[in-house]
Design a protein around this ligand. Structure first.
Ligand SMILES: Cc1cc2nc3c(=O)[nH]c(=O)nc-3n(C[C@H](O)[C@H](O)[C@H](O)COP(=O)(O)OP(=O)(O)OC[C@H]3O[C@@H](n4cnc5c(N)ncnc54)[C@H](O)[C@@H]3O)c2cc1C
Length: 291
């Protein structure tokens, strides 16, 4: 690890002014589970490290019926896994949290770090994309809300400006008869990175057995986490049937653009997208019928 100057600001304002002062040479540190590994492996050599750990008030899960859900960027993945607010409508979030790495990592890793690190395989991204989440960023020009769909630009690249911090994740209220499921397909179980991640959120028109709304998001099969919009459009407003779900799973697979790497070939990944999407839609459908 190269030499760097280390800061522990006590407020968001202080952190932003440090970012403004040191610009591209500075890096934010939250849980450190991505950053420290990259620094050790000399993938990055920041000259200034700004640890957010002393900033109070960025670790929370707030549920407000009509307004939806707000999560502080410094909330740990273990905190999300256990949060009572995420045991019903937003269960897909705690489900994904429980599948991220090991408990030791989850105790340190934060949701803000998972999204800002912007790995294509980030486990928290697909469920939050499928729930139509947004992120609140703050910098010298003030605050802005960015839909998560527009936040990811490429592997490790986001719309965050050099003087900006992520402070909150926002998720709209979930309509009645909605169920969500995240399935992580990995080679080494929960401790390994996703080979394929699929999140499906289904809202039903119970009376007519129709898919009112379906949101499908994928991880690890494109340069960024993505939505499968053609498959979503295929299902929306249609009568529920096995054939339609199979077709949607196939279309989702076509929408993915995986690469060959040590964790799996592109062909294998495309097939796993199809299989896991089918399972995720079926699982979400079952949950939607029960609430
Ligand atoms: C052994 C191991 C296993 C892992 N397994 C998984 C896995 O299964 N699934 C998975 O998704 N990830 C996995 N990871 C990656 C990592 O644990 C997660 O991405 C984690 O959520 C990162 O959060 P953090 O708080 O540790 O981020 P940090 O390492 O502190 O930061 C990550 C990046 O985000 C930036 N950043 C952090 N917070 C903010 C903020 N509030 N505003 C602006 N920028 C910010 C940092 O500058 C840095 O670039 C694993 C890591 C390890 C070491």
């Amino acid at each position: 690890m190269g030499p760097f100057e280390y800061f522990e600001p006590a407020t968001v304002e202080e952190a932003v002014s440090l970012l403004k002062k040191y610009g591209e040479g500075a890096k934010i540190l939250a849980g450190g589970t991505d950053l420290v590994v990259m620094m050790r492996e000399r993938e990055i050599k920041p000259r200034y490290v700004i640890n957010l750990g002393r900033i109070a008030g960025l670790n929370y899960v707030h549920l407000d019926g009509d307004k939806g859900l707000r999560i502080g960027a410094l909330t740990t993945i273990a905190g999300l896994e256990r949060a009572p607010e995420l045991k019903s409508s937003y269960r897909i979030i705690s489900q994904a949290a429980a599948r991220l790495a090991t408990i030791a990592i989850r105790n340190m890793a934060t949701i803000g770090g998972n999204l800002c690190n912007a790995a294509p395989s980030a486990d928290m991204a697909p469920p939050l994309l499928a729930l139509k989440g947004a992120v609140k960023l703050t910098g010298t020009a003030g605050e802005r809300i960015v839909p998560l769909e527009e936040f990811f630009i490429g592997p490790g690249v986001t719309t965050l400006k050099p003087d900006e911090l992520m402070i909150e994740i926002q998720v709209p209220a979930v309509p009645a008869h909605t169920g969500g499921m995240y399935l992580k397909h990995g080679v080494k179980g929960a401790a390994g990175l996703a080979v394929v991640g699929v999140a499906a959120v289904v809202t039903l028109d119970i009376r007519d057995s129709v898919f009112e709304e379906v949101d499908i998001a994928l991880g690890a099969v494109a340069p960024t986490p993505i939505r499968a919009k053609r498959a979503e459009a295929l299902l929306k407003g249609q009568k529920i049937s096995d054939g339609l779900i199979e077709e949607a799973a196939r279309v989702t697979s076509d929408e993915s653009s995986p690469i060959d790497d040590v964790r799996g070939s592109a062909e294998y990944r495309r097939e796993m997208v199809r299989v896991r999407t089918w399972e995720a839609i079926r699982g979400a459908l079952k949950l939607a019928k029960s609430v």
